[in-house]
Write a protein that binds this ligand. Structure first.
Ligand code: ADP
Length: 222
């Protein structure tokens, strides 16, 4: 597919060399593992800014060039190309900072769904300081497909409605995303057992995140 990237991104690039470096935690896990549920819960906590790349794309105007491009990829379960994804991410972060929804001085950035592969990890590395990687694990594949089927109905997601596409996304996750776990230093990885009730998953996630948040952002008296 050919496209005019200047048309998609008319503004200048978000960050110049030596720009901000966001204190970040990554959420990694297959589709349907519950990242969205946890992300929503985390986004209510002061001092945490949860950024889901799927939500970022879904927030695009459906009629915009970029919005249409996203739907072309997402309906087939394909990843949006890496350079477009990272530029979209940059624009999105800039907007959130400008809107004061995300304050890099006080908020821990929880990245969900991005980076999606090693190429994206490399493109993102100048901008983020990764403190921990939360690897959400659910051994039972069928539990995840059941959740995706539920989500298709509840959230009217076109990419979830097609069982074949859902299974393809799962294969793509195994092929391109899970290798991130071996790519990063092992001491950064924390395994989260996602095959339990949401409150218990949240409990595990917070037990990792809270000490990081206190260490990186709390005023000295806390
Ligand atoms: P899921 O976790 O179920 O795969 P997401 O909501 O994270 O769903 O993503 C939905 C779609 O958005 C993906 O299938 C893909 O087309 C696109 N997408 C999201 N994040 C990325 C990314 N980091 N890189 C490329 N495409 C992405």
């Amino acid at each position: 597919m050919t496209m005019d990237k200047n048309f998609l991104f008319p503004e200048k690039p978000l960050f110049e060399e030596g720009g901000p470096c966001f204190q970040s935690v990554l959420l990694v896990g297959p589709p349907g593992v519950g990242k969205g549920t946890q992300g929503k819960l985390l986004s209510h906590i002061p001092g945490i800014f949860h950024l889901s790349s799927g939500d970022m794309f879904r927030e695009l105007d459906d009629d915009s060039e970029l919005g249409q491009l996203f739907h072309q990829y997402a309906t087939h379960g394909e990843f949006v190309p890496d350079d477009i994804t990272i530029k979209t991410w940059q624009n999105y972060v800039r907007t959130k900072v400008e809107q004061k929804a995300y304050n890099p001085e006080t908020d821990l950035l929880v990245l969900d769904g991005i980076p999606r592969n090693i190429a994206q990890a490399e493109l993102l590395s100048p901008y983020i300081n990764i403190l921990r990687i939360l690897f959400m694990v659910c051994e039972d594949r069928e539990v995840m497909f059941e959740r995706i089927r539920g989500r298709a109905i509840k959230e009217k997601r076109r990419d979830d409605a097609d069982e074949l596409v859902a299974r393809y996304r799962w294969d793509l996750y195994k092929r391109d995303t899970e290798p991130l776990i071996d790519y990063y230093p092992q001491e950064m990885i924390r395994i989260i057992d996602a095959d339990t009730i949401p409150a218990e998953v949240l409990h595990q996630i917070l037990s990792v995140i809270v000490p990081i948040q206190k260490k990186c952002f709390s005023p000295p008296h806390l």
